[in-house]
Design a protein around this ligand. Structure first.
Ligand code: SF4
Length: 458
């Protein structure tokens, strides 16, 4: 049973509890603020704890921030001591560590002081510092900066861990002609809304699940935008799964000025690929690389740590193989199970004895091979309470990934389930506009969404 007298802190405190495998049977919390002091009192399975913390409060925003910070930290300290467990990110939950670090720096403080106070592990403080260094020259907080995202929610088959709206294309192909018409309309209308275009990203799903002709329609619709706003834009297509690669599609991308593609094997183990519902083999992954290399694209690769039954050795092998391909970016995701995923477990504490070891060994391998960490994010329900980190070869960082993770630029997102975003840096405000998730509803309402998007980007 969990009771708090402060509604505002309820979810924040529950997030801390969920970090631990062991849970208190009974937890009560009370909070008050008097004369500059934050009082937090906890009773945990009969044991009482109380804390007094001081902080300089100059406005409501800072008050809320400190209220949250002290309550979470104190609860974390109690549970960590009681259960003898330390978390890699200490009491930091629900916030992107790099965003928090930037906020501290903007306010003239050393971010490491806060991270140390929140009991973040030293290696993660170092990771954040390395990421900030790798983002220098790309990270830019300027109103009007815009990234364009085009959603292609079609895949050859559905992966077992996937919670995205996508469905196997065999079942949704009949929507494609109308869907492509909608993208044409949206992209034509988008010309009024683009500011300083920093990148274009056609993502999925699996854009290569489309035929050459269908893909060409999408590229043709995007073309006037980047030609008008930034002919040298970073232009990425998340080609996706190796089972749908073809030389024709790659040549088409080259013709349309695409600069970067993503090949997403997730694992270099045939056994795992089969278990997660992929219809391709590791040999297909190598073939996709071979095919792509002659076009000179920058190549991003995704791996997932914590996939079903994988041992650290199997995962390490995948990281080493990804390095061998010569990929420019390698992102190491830790499995995150959301509703909609076949592998979702009931237990919200996701235990994996190996995951921290896998993350540590991927860091070591990628570091040793000249890759730099350049973006990261954390998700709820992530196996082992770890993080996803994107690694890059020198000067090969993906602008789109940095803008998305740091939330420094508007995102003009078109297609079903696309979430557009406006960033007002001066006000510290971000607003979002989501399109309908399912294909028929999106198609039926596209005129309405175009109208709303126009108003949203004024
Ligand atoms: S390829 Fe990606 S989007 Fe498609 S089903 Fe698999 S995980 Fe989901």
């Amino acid at each position: 049973m969990f009771v708090t007298d402060c509604k505002f802190l309820e979810n924040e405190l529950l997030d801390v509890v969920r970090l631990f495998k062991r849970r208190p049977e009974n937890l009560t919390h009370s909070f008050r603020f008097e004369e500059g002091v934050f009082y937090n009192a906890f009773t945990i399975d009969g044991k009482q704890f109380s804390f007094e913390d001081r902080g300089q409060v100059c406005d409501e925003l800072i008050f809320k921030r400190l209220e949250r910070r002290f309550a979470k930290l104190r609860l974390y300290q109690i549970l960590s001591a009681e259960y003898g467990e330390k978390m890699p990110w200490g009491a930091l939950t629900g916030i992107r560590p790099t965003k928090l670090a930037y906020t501290e720096i903007e306010n003239g403080r050393n971010f490491k002081d806060l991270f140390t106070q929140m009991q973040v592990a030293d290696e993660n403080i170092q990771l954040v510092e390395d990421i900030l260094n790798a983002q220098k020259g790309i990270y830019e907080k300027k109103d009007g900066n815009t990234d364009l995202f085009v959603s292609i929610p079609f895949c050859p088959t559905k992966c077992a861990y996937c919670s995205f709206i996508t469905a196997p294309i065999d079942r949704t192909r009949h929507f494609l002609p109308d869907y492509l018409n909608c993208l044409d309309k949206e992209l034509a209308a988008a010309q009024e809304s683009v500011g300083n275009l920093r990148s274009v990203y056609i993502g999925g799903g699996t854009p290569f699940a489309l035929s050459v002709e269908e893909l060409k329609r999408v590229l043709q619709a995007v073309q006037p935008l980047y030609e008008k706003f930034n002919p040298h834009v970073e232009y990425t297509v998340e080609a996706g799964r190796p089972d749908v690669f073809s030389a024709d599609k790659l040549a088409l991308l080259k013709d349309f000025g695409v600069t970067r593609i993503c090949i997403n094997p997730q694992s270099f183990s045939d056994e795992t690929l089969q278990k997660i519902g992929r219809k391709h083999t590791v040999a297909d992954v190598y073939k996709a690389f071979e095919m792509s290399k002659k076009y000179g694209f920058d190549i991003n690769v995704d791996l997932i740590a914590g996939l079903e039954d994988e041992t650290p050795e199997v995962f390490e092998h995948s990281v080493l193989e990804a390095v061998k391909t010569g990929a420019d970016n390698i992102t190491v995701h830790c499995l995150s199970l959301k509703s909609g995923a076949k592998l979702k477990e009931e237990n919200s504490y996701l235990e994996n004895n190996f995951i921290s070891y896998m993350v540590a060994s991927s860091r070591q391998i990628l570091n040793q091979n000249g890759y730099l960490p350049y973006y990261m994010y954390r998700q709820k329900y992530q196996v082992g309470n770890n993080e996803n980190v994107g690694w890059t070869k020198l000067n090969k960082a993906c602008v789109y990934n940095i803008d998305i993770m740091e939330e420094t630029a508007d995102n003009l997102a078109v297609g079903a389930n696309a979430v557009s975003k406006r960033v007002f840096n001066d006000k510290g405000l971000i607003t979002r506009l989501a399109s309908q998730k399912d294909l028929p509803t999106y198609i039926a309402n596209v005129d309405e969404i175009i109208k709303k998007k126009r108003e949203f980007f004024i």
